[in-house]
Design a binder for this molecule. Structure first.
Ligand code: AHM
Ligand code: MG
Length: 375
């Protein structure tokens, strides 16, 4: 204000430049924060109790704290392995543990969640506080997926999914977690990349929110994400090619073959962070594969922590997720840390790889001299 008065004295008269003309001010687009969005969506359901909304907000809050640590990972002594292994034998990094603790403590105080299962813990953790023990939701978490990328500044992510408990009250039970993928109430991921985003679905489409660090809010940036029906990208750890089963090898060869009409050869893009690979394919179209290998007949990725939530998101965006034989969301988990082969992404691309698998089964039963490659 002082400098305005000085300027007025200098010019000796009132300058029109000193006053804003409301008629000339450009209307800016209203920014919708994640909290506002969740609140608006809750209003669409007259019987909503607000518990699911609360849970999503708590997850988003923990994500902001994890994001803060991930962003300064190169600056503080938080990098490096702890020397421990997680329950499935992979190296555990310190940030994995930090992320696990943050999400769990957010869920413990939320009052809306009666139990958590995490890729980083052998067994599920019942939340038995007075406020939570009768809560109606359980949550599964991969707190920091793609952890081999932490040290090298490549995108990593958190994956979560929410189920309605099966038991009626009291401490949660294994059956509350071991459900069909199609019974997920909500699923989402947070990608800590060139920007941080939270993408989630409650079974009514997929929406993406980018974290604006200046205001500390996730803001709606990708409303109603729709995955292209087909794409030009295939994502797979091609180093395992020789270990894949024949139909998968044939599909990969199809991706690499030249054909102008179908835009082939496709481009190979593989980050090695599921969240990053799926996020890119969700926006550009493409297929992600983690097939079985001769040494790992169930593949690598975990059904409950990785496949189910990502399959739910991909389907809600119009894509498809399959284990090669059937829809992933029709599978039922029997163990918390169960693994499954997975093919997910643009619908037409996943259907094609399923065709290769189906065809190879037919030719196994009726040996034929003709090619197994569908055209
Ligand atoms: P993680 O949960 O230990 O981080 O492992 C899961 C990751 C996925 O993000 C990624 O798709 C896959 O492992 C990459 O595995 P690979 O290095 O065998 O290609
Ligand atoms: Mg993981």
């Amino acid at each position: 204000m002082l400098h305005l008065r000085k300027a007025m004295r200098f010019h000796g008269k009132k300058s029109h430049l000193l006053f804003l003309n409301p008629a000339r001010m450009k209307a800016t687009k209203k920014v919708i924060t994640l909290d506002e969005f969740i609140f608006q969506k809750e209003k669409d359901f007259p019987f909503a109790t607000g518990e699911l909304s609360g849970l999503l907000r708590d997850i988003a809050f923990a994500a902001k704290i994890v994001n803060r640590e991930v962003n300064k990972a190169g600056l503080v002594d938080i990098l490096g392995t702890t020397g421990l292994n997680n329950v499935t034998g992979d190296d555990v990094k310190k940030l994995d543990i930090f992320a696990n603790e943050q999400f769990i403590s957010a869920l413990q105080v939320s009052g809306e969640c009666c139990g958590v299962a995490s890729e980083e813990m052998e067994d599920f953790l019942p939340i038995s506080t007075e406020a939570s023990k009768n809560a109606k939701y359980v949550v599964t978490l991969d707190p920091l997926d793609g952890s081999s990328n932490i040290d090298v500044n490549v995108a990593i992510g958190t994956i979560f999914s929410i189920y309605r408990r099966q038991s009626f009250f009291g401490p949660c039970t294994p059956e509350d977690f071991l459900q069909k993928g199609s019974r997920q109430v909500a699923a989402g991921y947070i990608i800590y990349g060139s920007s941080t985003m939270m993408v989630y679905t409650t079974g009514n489409g997929v929406n993406g929110f980018t974290l604006d660090p200046s205001i500390g809010e996730f803001c709606l940036s990708h409303p109603d994400i729709k995955m292209p029906e087909t794409g030009k990208i295939y994502s797979v750890n091609q180093g395992n090619f020789l270990k894949f089963e024949q139909p998968v090898k044939e599909y990969i060869t199809y991706c690499q073959s030249e054909d102008k009409a179908t835009n082939r050869p496709y481009s190979l893009r593989y980050i090695g962070s599921l969240v990053g690979d799926i996020h890119r394919n969700l926006l550009y179209g493409g297929i992600f594969m983690y097939p079985a290998t001769k040494s790992a007949m169930k593949g690598k990725l975990r059904l409950m922590y990785e496949c189910f939530p990502m399959a739910f998101i991909v389907e809600q965006a119009g894509g498809r997720a399959s284990d090669g034989h059937r829809r992933v969301l029709d599978m039922e988990a029997t163990e918390l840390h169960q693994r499954s082969p997975i093919f997910m992404g643009s619908k037409q691309m996943v259907e094609r790889v399923e065709d290769y698998v189906r065809q190879s089964k037919v030719t196994e039963v009726i040996p034929s001299s003709s090619s197994t490659v569908p055209v």
